[in-house]
Structure formats: structure tokens, C-alpha cells
Design a protein around this ligand. Structure first.
Ligand SMILES: [Zn+2]
Length: 85
């Protein structure tokens, strides 16, 4: 099988699984986990399940959906006002 086809249609979707777990459940950076999962997916899948959720408290910005500190009143990515509490 062509290496590029294997990468795009097999490894990258498998990497998405570990990235999805790490991002949604554990609040970890998506891109880093996708790359990790693409190239080392069995290890990344186990690691995404085993990693502890990020202890720092983050909200997801209601405007751009990126993670921001829970004490922020403005999003540092898109500068949207963030509701307090
Ligand atoms: Zn934002």
C-alpha cells in the first residue's frame, strides 16, 4: 500500500481518535495529540486514556471555542467578552 494513502486514510483518522479523547475529555492541545496519534497511535491511544485531565481550570471560549483561563473576562485568542462564572 502506498505510504501516503496509508498515512492519510488510516493513520491520521486513528490519530484523530486519541486526539479527540485527549482534547474533549482531558482538555489537552488537539494538534499535538493528533500528530502524536498519527505517528504513534497505539501508544497515543493508551496515553490519551491514561493522561490526567489538565488540572488548571479552563473554559472554552463561546466565540472561537479555544481554551482560555477560567478567570479571564476576555478571550486571549479572539478578544471576545467571556461571561464570568
Ligand atoms: Zn475566543
Amino acid at each position: 500500500m502506498d505510504v501516503l494513502i496509508l498515512l492519510v486514510f488510516v493513520l491520521m483518522p486513528l490519530g484523530l481518535i486519541s486526539a479527540a479523547i485527549a482534547t474533549s475529555v482531558k482538555k489537552r492541545p488537539f494538534l499535538r495529540w493528533w500528530v502524536f496519534g498519527t505517528f504513534l497511535w497505539p501508544i497515543a491511544l493508551v496515553a490519551s486514556l491514561a493522561v490526567k485531565p489538565d488540572k488548571r481550570e479552563y473554559w472554552q471560549c463561546p466565540s472561537c471555542r479555544l481554551w482560555i483561563n477560567h478567570e479571564a473576562t476576555k478571550c486571549r485568542h479572539c478578544t471576545a467578552d467571556v461571561p464570568v462564572g
